[in-house]
Design a protein around this ligand. Structure first.
Ligand SMILES: Cc1ncc(COP(=O)(O)O)c(C=O)c1O
Length: 388
């Protein structure tokens, strides 16, 4: 009886995220558990790499997280204390952390006024003679201005990194390219909050030929172990920097089970996204909220649904009201240029990033996961309406 009551209470709760199994994860993990190779770069790791190249046309090295994949990009870009790196202020710490760890100076680009992404218009004023790398984020699973940024970076000899943590399966630009295929390298996250997941995981996508051999060394703790197993060298040893960036076979087995259902997962998320958007369209006309806007020239993968509220106070009030009804929304990134770390590390250089600050203070992400139905989106929209 007690457990029955608990179930009823639990069902009424609408969590922000609920990681789900969507395919053959259990079967594949079981296979990995029975194999004699459980460490990295095994059978399932290669199947994940093959899936990436067949389905996305991208050459990938799976990693233990997107954070790790970003650290690999900083190593590949060979940056140091003399270099500046342009990053969005409105992003997760990991986008900038990778470059902070190499001692670079971070220059924060403000968001576009229309959406949280940065475009060339925001990047260009941040460039100096010391700029070596530009990093962008495909926020909410959509890209912005990526063709232009790629061309401008190539023209100036700048390294261009696409943090596609949330972007799996979406497309952008004149040639309708997959997110993750722009720039010199890109990164994906397979953290449990992403469309496709393996608990914790990521991938590095390599678009620059001369980085490929080095990337496999960085991946394997700075050794040429991969070349050894491929029969290209007769012994292996320490040849470069690196870390243990490669994930184990159980993680890769789980991820393969998810990847095989990318279209179905993204399709269901898009259905929920569209339900939210229809429910909020009426409220937008009364000026109480602003609906999520995606940049032009691409689609999105339904990664998140958010609304912008009039103020930080309104957002705090709506969050408390929704929580009382068992609905768990979430705010998102806090401008990195305002972080304690940057104030201490780069004192006195806080640039104004008013748009990033506005998104930090007013953006409210609503529950969106595969355990939801369209009626749940309507319930959330009604609760927001009541709370405002
Ligand atoms: C834009 C962005 N980059 C990187 C990361 C880090 O991903 P991971 O948790 O896989 O390291 C996140 C996490 O959500 C993110 O939002």
């Amino acid at each position: 009886m007690v457990s029955c009551y608990f179930c009823l209470v639990k069902d009424a709760e609408l969590k922000f995220n609920r990681p789900m199994l969507v395919g053959r994860e259990r079967e594949y993990v079981d296979e990995a558990l029975q194999s004699t190779w459980m460490s990295g770069d095994g059978h399932f790791s290669r199947r994940v790499q093959d899936w990436m190249s067949e389905e996305l046309g991208l050459q990938a090295l799976p990693t233990t997280s997107c954070t790790d994949a970003l650290e690999m990009t900083a190593l590949l870009a060979d940056v140091g204390a003399d270099d500046e790196v342009v990053v969005p202020s409105f992003t997760f710490v990991s986008t900038a952390l990778a470059f902070a760890m190499r001692g670079c100076r971070l220059v924060f680009a403000d968001s576009d006024p229309g959406f949280p992404h940065i475009g060339w218009a925001q990047i260009e004023p941040c460039l100096t003679a010391r700029t070596k790398v530009v990093v962008v984020v495909d926020y909410a699973g959509s890209g912005h201005d990526l063709d232009r940024i790629e061309q401008e970076c190539a023209k100036r000899g700048l390294v261009f990194i696409e943090d596609a943590a949330q972007g799996i399966g979406a497309r952008h630009g004149q040639e309708n390219r997959r997110l993750g295929s722009f720039g010199d390298a890109a990164t994906f996250s397979f953290h449990e909050t992403k469309n496709l997941h393996c608990g914790e995981g990521g991938a590095l996508i390599l678009n620059r030929d001369e980085w490929k051999a080095r990337a496999s060394v960085l991946w394997e703790k700075g050794t040429n172990r991969k070349a050894f197993f491929q029969g290209l060298v007769d012994k292996y040893g320490w040849v470069d920097l690196g870390s243990s960036f490669l994930p184990n076979e159980m993680t890769m087995a789980f991820l393969l089970g998810q990847l095989q259902h990318m279209d179905g997962v993204n399709g269901k998320r898009l259905t929920l996204w569209n339900t939210y958007d229809a429910a909020f369209s009426q409220m937008q006309t009364t000026g109480r909220i602003q609906r999520q806007a995606h940049p032009p020239n691409g689609d999105h993968n339904g990664h998140m649904y958010y609304v912008l509220l009039p103020s930080l106070e309104d957002r705090s009030r709506v969050i408390s009201a929704l929580k009382k009804e068992g609905i768990h929304p979430a705010f998102h990134y806090q401008s990195l240029h305002r972080s304690r770390f940057i104030e201490e590390r780069q004192p006195g250089t806080k640039p104004p990033c008013p748009e990033s600050d506005r998104f930090s203070d007013t953006l409210l992400r609503l529950p969106l996961h595969l355990g939801m139905e369209a009626s749940d989106c309507d319930r959330v929209a009604e609760a927001v309406d009541r709370a405002l």
